[in-house]
Ligand binder design. Structure first.
Ligand code: GLN
Length: 224
C-alpha cells in the first residue's frame, strides 16, 4: 500500500491573463508567499484553488473569454470548487445583472452599473475600514469603477459606501469594485487566499509600501 503524504488539494491561485492589471496581482501574490500562475488556455485551469479576474475593460474581457474558449472552462472549474475574485471589470463579469447589458459569467447575485462614478477623470483614491478583511483601514483605488447597487440575500456585504456596495462575497465568489492590486496593501489578497483554503506566509504583512502612495491614482478624496 502506498501512503500519499502530499496533499493533492489545489494550492495555486491563477490570474486571468487576457487583459488588464495582471502583473500587479501576481506581484501581490508573490509578496504574500502563495503559489500563483498566469492562466489563459483551457488546460491552465485544472486544479486551481482560486482565480483572480483583474480589472481592465469588461466588454473586452468578455469577448476574449469567448475567443480563447475559456468561459465554460471557468464555469466548470468554479462548479468543481475553484473560488473566484473579480476586481472592477472582473466584478462586472461575475455579476448576475449588469445594468443595460447582458451578464457574462453570472456567478454572484449582485446588480452592477458600469462606470457608475463617471469617466476616467472621475477616478479617485480613498480608504475605508473593512472589518472582515483587516483591522487597519484599507486603501481604495477606484478607476472608472462600477457601482454595485443591489445584492441578493445570500450575498455578504463587506463594504458599503454612500449609495453603493464596494465589496461583497458569496461562499465562492469575492467582488471588489476598487483595485487592491494598485495599492501597497495585501489585506484583500490575503483574505482571498484564505478563502481559497491557502496559508499566506506568516511573515508577510498586510502593508504598506510607501512608494505606492506617490504613484497612486489621480484624485485624493477630500483634497480639492
Ligand atoms: N469601466 C470598466 C468596465 O466597464 C472597468 C474599469 C476597471 O476595471 N478599472 O469594464
Amino acid at each position: 500500500m502506498t501512503l500519499h503524504l502530499v496533499s493533492d488539494k489545489p494550492s495555486v491561485i491563477g490570474v486571468l491573463d487576457l487583459q488588464g492589471g495582471v502583473h500587479e496581482h501576481l506581484e501581490h501574490l508573490e509578496q504574500l508567499g502563495v503559489s500563483y500562475k498566469r492562466v489563459k488556455h483551457p488546460s491552465d485551469f485544472a486544479d486551481l484553488a482560486g482565480l483572480i479576474i483583474p480589472g481592465g475593460e469588461s466588454s473586452c474581457l468578455s469577448r476574449l473569454l469567448n475567443i480563447f474558449e475559456i468561459k465554460n472552462v471557468i464555469l466548470e472549474a468554479h462548479r468543481k470548487g475553484m473560488k473566484i475574485w473579480g476586481t472592477c471589470a472582473g466584478a462586472i463579469l461575475l455579476a448576475r445583472e449588469v445594468v443595460g447589458e447582458t451578464p457574462c459569467l453570472d456567478l454572484i447575485d449582485i446588480k452592477i452599473e458600469r462606470n457608475g462614478f463617471g469617466s476616467q477623470l472621475d477616478s479617485f483614491v480613498s480608504e475605508a475600514l473593512i472589518p472582515a478583511v483587516s483591522a487597519q483601514p484599507v486603501p481604495l483605488t477606484f478607476i472608472r469603477a462600477p457601482k454595485i447597487t443591489d445584492a441578493g440575500r445570500e450575498v455578504n456585504i463587506l463594504l458599503r459606501i454612500d449609495d453603493y456596495i464596494a465589496a461583497a462575497e458569496s461562499e465562492n465568489i469575492l467582488v471588489t469594485v476598487f483595485h487592491p492590486e494598485l495599492t501597497g496593501c495585501l489585506a484583500l489578497h490575503r483574505y482571498f487566499a484564505i478563502k481559497c483554503g491557502l496559508k499566506p506566509a506568516a511573515n508577510s504583512h498586510n502593508c504598506i509600501d510607501p512608494l505606492w502612495k506617490s504613484s497612486s491614482w489621480t484624485k485624493h478624496a477630500g483634497i480639492a
